[in-house]
Structure formats: C-alpha cells, structure tokens
Design a protein around this ligand. Structure first.
Ligand SMILES: Nc1c(C(=O)O)ncn1[C@@H]1O[C@H](COP(=O)(O)O)[C@@H](O)[C@H]1O
Length: 164
C-alpha cells in the first residue's frame, strides 16, 4: 500500500494472547497493511484502554481488532468508547476452551457493536481479512489483492483435492 499511517490496531489483553493474535498481524503484513500490535487490558490497564479507545480515531486508525480470553471485556469496552469498527477475537482459555471468551465478546447489548469472530487462530486470521475487506471498500488496490488471495486459496484446495 502507498499509505504509511497505521490503519489497523491489534490489541490484546495479555502477552499470552500473542500466539493467537499473531496470525492477524501476519495477514495484515501479507497484504501490506500498516498496523500496530499492543497489549491493552480493560481489567489490568483500564486508563490505557480508555486512552487507546478514545484516541484511536484521531490517530488515524480505521479498524480495531481486539483479542481477549476468559472474562473477555476488552473488545466491548473499546467499542463503547470509539465509533471505529471493533472486531473481537475470543482467545482459547485454559479453563473453558474459549467458550467463556466467545460468550463474553458476542453478547453485547444493543447499541454497542462488536463483530465477533471464531475462537482462536481462525478467528484471528479472519479478523484481519475482515479488516482488509472494510479498508478495501475505499481502496481498489486492496480489493485486487483480496481477489488474488481468494483465487490462490481456491487453486490450492483444487490442486490437493484428489485424496485417493
Ligand atoms: N480478558 C482479558 C482482559 C480484558 O478483557 O481486559 N485483560 C486480560 N484478559 C485475559 O486474561 C487472560 C489471561 O491472561 P494472563 O495469561 O496474563 O494471566 C488472557 O487471555 C487475557 O486476554
């Protein structure tokens, strides 16, 4: 992309979420989308979370991807303080395999939207692809890359479709 300013913010509740959130960063890098990755927690760093959410728009971010596990309040709390699209990724928790994370993120009250993805790596990857689709509504070069990505993905499946 010709733009240099950071367009997507990837935030997560803990450094322990990085393994899950890394695929989102890798996809954005693959599509050449400037982004940042930060640990920001509604529970442990509430002031930082408020500041991050409130300044995201003025800093030029266009989409926020928020990953959290367990009592995963981060995506919803960020969505309550910005009008940017917030995509929530439920991180697989040790105790309940991420079902707690999923339900915490998906059951937002009406008026405060969070686009909730699947639990774990697939959700992280899809959050990035969805962010790119959002950015691509006004960026034809990204739309082209999405078409190429989809074609390549289909080809890979077809090339390996004969199992016996
Ligand atoms: N769900 C949240 C929030 C939040 O929502 O603000 N902050 C941290 N956490 C989550 O706690 C889990 C365990 O964190 P540790 O591994 O640091 O104990 C992580 O998955 C994190 O997302």
């Amino acid at each position: 992309m010709s733009e240099e300013k950071v367009l997507v913010g990837i935030i997560m509740g803990s450094t322990s979420d990085w393994e899950t959130m890394k695929p989102a960063s890798e996809i954005l890098t693959q599509f050449d989308v400037p982004h940042e990755c930060r640990v920001v927690s509604a529970h442990r760093t509430p002031d930082l979370m408020n500041e991050y959410a409130k300044t995201a728009e003025s800093r030029g971010l266009e989409v926020v991807i928020a990953g959290a596990g367990g009592a995963a309040h981060l995506p919803g709390m960020v969505a309550s303080q910005t009008v940017l699209p917030v995509l929530g990724v439920p991180v697989k928790s040790r105790a309940l395999n991420g079902l707690d994370s999923l339900l915490s993120i998906v059951q937002m009250p009406g008026g405060v939207p969070v686009g909730t993805l699947a639990i774990g790596d697939a959700g992280s990857k899809n959050a990035a692809l969805l962010a790119i689709r959002i950015l691509a509504t006004t960026r034809p070069e990204l739309r082209e890359k999405l078409h190429a990505f989809q074609t390549e993905q289909t080809q890979k499946v077809l090339e390996n479709s004969e199992l016996c």
